[in-house]
Design a protein around this ligand. Structure first.
Ligand SMILES: [Zn+2]
Length: 318
C-alpha cells in the first residue's frame, strides 16, 4: 500500500469536504467504516478514491476511516437569518469579522451536553462496558495485562478522560448561530434584539456563508437537531449539534469552529461582508430615521447589499 505523505493543503481539505460522499473516480457511495483515499492523480488533480480505485493515486496524502457527518448540512440555497442590534451590525461591517461565541459562554447550560444529570449513570455504564471491551481486545495487548482489575482500571481512566474532554470542549468550541427560514420572523425580531426598534437582520444563504469564510475547511455549517434529553443522549462526538426540544422554534443552523489554543468568551473570524450579506432588513418597529442611519453606515463601509424595510412593514388593504 502506498505510503501517506500527510502533505495537507487547505485546497485539498476543501476538496475533501466538497466531495466526501462518493469516490471521485467510480462514483461509489462511501458508507461508515469504508476507507477513503485522498490524494492526487497523475497531472496533480485532487481525488478521493475508494479501495478499488485507490491504486490510481500518484500520491496518497491521507487515508480516512470514512464516517458520516455528525450533523445534517443545510441546502446551499437555504436562507439564513441573523437578527442583531445596531452595535453588533457596526462591529460586523467595520471589522469584517464575525463573532463566534464560546460554547461555555452561552446562556443555555446544555451547550455541549451529552444528557441530563439524572441519566448519567446509564451513560457511564454504557461507555464503561464499551471501553472494557475495547481495552481487553486491543490488538497487540499483552495477555498478562488482561486481569479483571487492570481492565476496570483502564476503562475507568478512559471514561474520566471523555468527561474531562467534554467539559474542556465547551471552552474551545466557538459557535455562530443562524436562524433557518424562508421568511422573516416576527418572533425573531423580538427575541434576538434587546431593543426591537433598533434592530436589523442580515439575510444570507448557506452557500454565501460558506464562501464568505473563504470555504474554510475547519468551519462546519450544520443544522441543530432538537431532542428530548430526558429520553436521549447526544452522540459522543456531536454534542454541539444537539439542543433541547424546547428550543425547536429557533430552527438553528450554526457555524462551528474548534480553537484548542483560544480561551475567553469568543473569537472573531474574518469574513467577506459582500459575499455574506444578500439583504439587510430593518426592524418593522424601527423609525424612519433609523433606516437612514443604517443606509449611511452601509454606504460608509461600502457594503453592497440592499437595505430594505422589514417586509412586515407593508400596509394591508381590506
Ligand atoms: Zn472508486
Amino acid at each position: 500500500m502506498q505510503k501517506m505523505t500527510l502533505k495537507h493543503t487547505k485546497e485539498l481539505d476543501i476538496f475533501f469536504n466538497e466531495h466526501r460522499r462518493n469516490c471521485t473516480n467510480c462514483g461509489k457511495t462511501f458508507v461508515e467504516g469504508d476507507t477513503a483515499h485522498l490524494g492526487y492523480m497523475k497531472g496533480r488533480d485532487a481525488a478521493l478514491l475508494c479501495d478499488d480505485c485507490a491504486p490510481m493515486l500518484e500520491e496518497t496524502v491521507v487515508r480516512y476511516y470514512w464516517q458520516e457527518l455528525e450533523y445534517e448540512e443545510p441546502l446551499p440555497d437555504d436562507k439564513l437569518w441573523r437578527y442583531m442590534d445596531l452595535a453588533k451590525f457596526v462591529s460586523l461591517i467595520s471589522r469584517n469579522e464575525l463573532f463566534f461565541c464560546a460554547a461555555s459562554s452561552f446562556e443555555d447550560i446544555f451547550e455541549g451536553a451529552k444528557g441530563v444529570e439524572k441519566n448519567k449513570e446509564k451513560w457511564d455504564a454504557f461507555y464503561l462496558d464499551f471501553f472494557k471491551h475495547a481495552v481487553s481486545t486491543a490488538p497487540g495487548r499483552n495477555p498478562c495485562d488482561n486481569t479483571h482489575e487492570k481492565i476496570i482500571e483502564e476503562a475507568n481512566c478512559l471514561l474520566n478522560q471523555i468527561e474531562k474532554v467534554g467539559q474542556k470542549s465547551r471552552e474551545y468550541t466557538y459557535i455562530s448561530c443562524w436562524h433557518l427560514n424562508s421568511y422573516e420572523s416576527e418572533a425573531m425580531w423580538k427575541l434576538y434584539s434587546k431593543d426591537a426598534a433598533n434592530a436589523i437582520a442580515i439575510q444570507t444563504t448557506t452557500k454565501r456563508l460558506y464562501e464568505a469564510f473563504d470555504k474554510d475547511p475547519t468551519i462546519s455549517i450544520g443544522k441543530i437537531k432538537y431532542i428530548d434529553f430526558d429520553k436521549n443522549f447526544a452522540p459522543i462526538n456531536g454534542a454541539f449539534w444537539y439542543k433541547r426540544k424546547s428550543f425547536e422554534y429557533e430552527n438553528e443552523v450554526r457555524a462551528v469552529i474548534s480553537k484548542i489554543h483560544s480561551s475567553g468568551k469568543g473569537v472573531f473570524i474574518p469574513i467577506s461582508i459582500d459575499k455574506l450579506i444578500e439583504k439587510i432588513y430593518i426592524s418593522p418597529y424601527a423609525s424612519e430615521w433609523f433606516v437612514d442611519v443604517v443606509k449611511s453606515l452601509v454606504e460608509k463601509y461600502c457594503v453592497k447589499a440592499d437595505v430594505t424595510y422589514s417586509m412586515m412593514k407593508a400596509r394591508p388593504f381590506y
